[in-house]
Write a protein of this length. Structure first.
Lengths: 328, 319
């Protein structure tokens, strides 16, 4: 329990650090980009909304920096992320329509990558034969190139020239399509087929990390005495492998914390390539419109999501490893 | 050299050397300069021909020349990011691991926070807000990318420093009265070199990917032509939908190839750090069979290590 509380304390600290960084990020840069942009956007949003933004980020007001910062934290506590300067819609509204898409995509892709990668890693570490080991450089090939290039590769080969899967948007929005959003079969089917290619890109890019981590850990674990004991007891091969794999899995879970922010940013880039209606596409639009409130709002939401995922991984780790509980 | 025995390393290194040569001499041997236009009146991308080996883009730029001169900045930026991030990670990771206590707690928390922050998104906001003349400077971009990339290395280096700190030779140096900076520099850091190399390569891969992504999103200003900005142009003019593969495929493949070459190199370094990870296929062609619980060692003619064993046995028996 104390371990969990200590980790929770760290995440609160991290969240606070991220908020502080978000507040100062645009102020430290030369030329006061936020203030300049807000001054320019008077025509696009109502004066009331502009005032709200100035209040949120403390731009243009003549309060001390500390009171601006405290005001900013207070606004965030009320769930106020400001107004989009290009769309004149509250940032929270924009994000709440995008977030389910992104979370669904990342969740599915990561689950697939974790399960498949761990299984391949166990086999590769167990057998260490030519075929599976030959898979390692291949999977690294997918990992070593940027997400957007891998996504392009899939979009071109499977989607554009192959014509096997749809390669843009989250569901069928073409003219004459009969799909209506909601819990009906045609919509769910459309979402799944449209999500397949981006999910494949994310999974392919991240699977190599799981494979490598699991294989290397498996190899180290297999030299442990308890694995030898399991084999000496005459257990069938797969049971012995399971003994080793169970212990080799633990570092994989704690490595999750290292990789999750890379996976999330990669997924966001993937969404841009596939025009997926998630946070990625929102960011791309915001970049083109110099819409800082949206950019910063998404930044906060992504940081919080990553921290929450990390905390979940910690909980799983503490549940699985008695040593983590005892150390506290 | 043991390092060169692995086929992965040889392949990776050769690809890398090729691209470094391109980065160094590419702009010199390119048939045209990067902003040269074959014609200012035509508006159709030309497919590869004997005149333009990789065709042209919509504005009639020679894409082969752009590809040759587009490598220099991207490699420079990622190298810069790798160097700065590695220096930062040594500074923070080794200090945290060696000094320990409250310093360790603070520095570890700092690197864990940076690890959780989505670096690419922060870079997007920062580069969007920076004035154009700053984002076209490779050194600035490299340094900014490095600021989001050091945490991973710092964490790994800290862990390794913790295990080295209590080794006998470090203890000995401390007893002699060596000062802390000297112990860190001359006793600890040399033993971290393989991990340092691996984290450096990892960061360079990250730098290439990150820069290419930022450039592709159009966040890098100026007139510099890199593989990233070529991809941005290709995207903007709809090269994908128009089927102008010669426009986007070569720069994309170059970025991917450099990344893969570096990753292959990393494989070799990993196998040096932990020789047990070596693949089953022996480097000299003969296969080694792995047996449960035992990592086979390729036998080399060496004096038997066990010869001094009998000397100790009688003593124990005497007790």
């Amino acid at each position: 329990m104390r371990t969990v509380l200590r980790r929770l304390g760290f995440y609160i600290l991290a969240a606070l650090a991220a908020l502080t960084m978000n507040f100062f990020l645009l102020r430290m840069l030369p030329g006061d980009p936020l203030g300049a942009q807000l001054a320019k956007s008077t025509g696009q949003i109502t004066p009331a909304e502009l005032q709200g933004l100035e209040k949120l980020y403390g731009v243009g007001t003549h309060r001390s920096l500390v009171s601006q910062y405290l005001g900013y934290l207070g606004q965030l506590l009320h769930g106020n992320l400001g107004t989009s300067t290009s769309k004149s819609v509250p940032v929270t509204t924009l994000i709440s329509t995008d977030l389910p898409w992104t979370l669904g995509l990342i969740g599915c892709a990561t689950a697939v990558a974790f399960v498949v990668g761990t299984l391949i890693g166990i086999l590769a570490g167990w057998r260490r034969s030519g075929l599976l080991d030959a898979l390692l450089p291949v999977s690294t090939f997918f990992q070593a190139m940027p997400y957007f290039i891998l996504s392009w590769l899939l979009l071109i080969t499977v989607g554009f020239y192959g014509g096997l899967l749809p390669y843009s948007n989250g569901y069928d929005i073409s003219r004459g399509s009969t799909v209506t959003p909601g819990w009906n079969a045609s919509f769910v089917g459309s979402v799944i087929s449209h999500g397949a290619l981006p999910a494949m890109a994310i999974a392919l890019a991240s699977v190599a990390g799981w494979i490598m981590g699991m294989r290397n850990m498996m190899i180290t674990t297999m030299d442990e005495d308890y694995v030898l004991v399991a084999a000496a007891k005459g257990l069938p091969q797969w049971r012995v492998a399971a003994v080793a794999a169970r212990n080799a899995l633990l570092p994989s879970i704690s490595n999750f914390a290292l990789s999750i922010s890379l996976v999330v940013t990669g997924s966001i880039v993937t969404e841009i390539v596939f025009s997926y209606p998630g946070l990625g596409d929102e960011i791309n639009t915001a970049i083109q419109n110099t819409d800082y409130p949206v950019l910063q709002g998404i930044l906060i939401v992504v940081v919080f999501t990553v921290l929450a995922a990390n905390f979940l991984a910690d909980l799983v780790y503490v549940a699985l490893d008695p040593r983590a509980r005892r150390e506290a | 050299m043991r390092f060169l025995r692995s086929a992965k390393v040889v392949v990776g290194l050769s690809i890398l050397v090729l691209f470094v040569l391109v980065a160094l001499f590419g702009p010199l041997i390119a048939p045209h300069s990067a902003d040269w236009q074959a014609s200012t009146s035509a508006f159709a991308a030309q497919p590869p021909s004997s005149r333009f080996w990789l065709g042209t883009d919509v504005q009639q730029h020679d894409l082969f020349s752009q590809l040759l001169s587009g490598g220099r900045d991207i490699l420079l930026i990622s190298l810069m990011a790798g160097v700065v991030a590695t220096l930062l990670s040594v500074l923070i990771g080794v200090t945290a691991g060696y000094v320990g206590g409250i310093v360790d707690d603070l520095l570890s928390a700092l690197s864990n926070i940076f690890l959780a922050l989505p670096g690419l998104l922060i870079l997007m906001v920062v580069l969007k807000a920076l004035p154009q003349n700053m984002t076209s400077n490779p050194v600035t971009i490299g340094a900014v990318i490095a600021l989001t990339a050091w945490a991973w290395g710092a964490r790994v280096l800290r862990a390794q420093t913790l295990t080295l700190r209590n080794q006998d030779y470090v203890e000995a140096a401390r007893v002699i009265g060596e000062r802390k900076p000297r112990i860190i520099l001359f006793e600890i850091v040399p033993n971290l070199l393989p991990i340092l190399a691996s984290s450096f390569i990892f960061t360079v891969i990250y730098g290439i990917g990150t820069y290419a992504t930022l450039a592709w999103l159009g966040l890098v200003g100026g007139n510099t032509v890199t593989w990233g900005t070529m991809l941005f142009n290709a995207q903007n003019y709809g090269a994908l939908i128009s089927g102008w593969w010669w426009w986007y495929a070569p720069p994309a493949l170059c970025v991917a190839a450099v990344g893969v070459a570096l990753a292959l190199l990393n494989f070799g370094i990993d196998e040096i750090i932990n020789p047990r990870l070596t693949s089953a296929r022996g480097s000299r062609g003969h296969r080694v069979r792995f047996v449960l619980g035992l990592t086979p060692v390729v036998r080399t003619p060496a004096p038997l290590a066990g010869t001094d064993l009998p000397l100790e046995l009688p003593e124990e028996a005497a007790k």
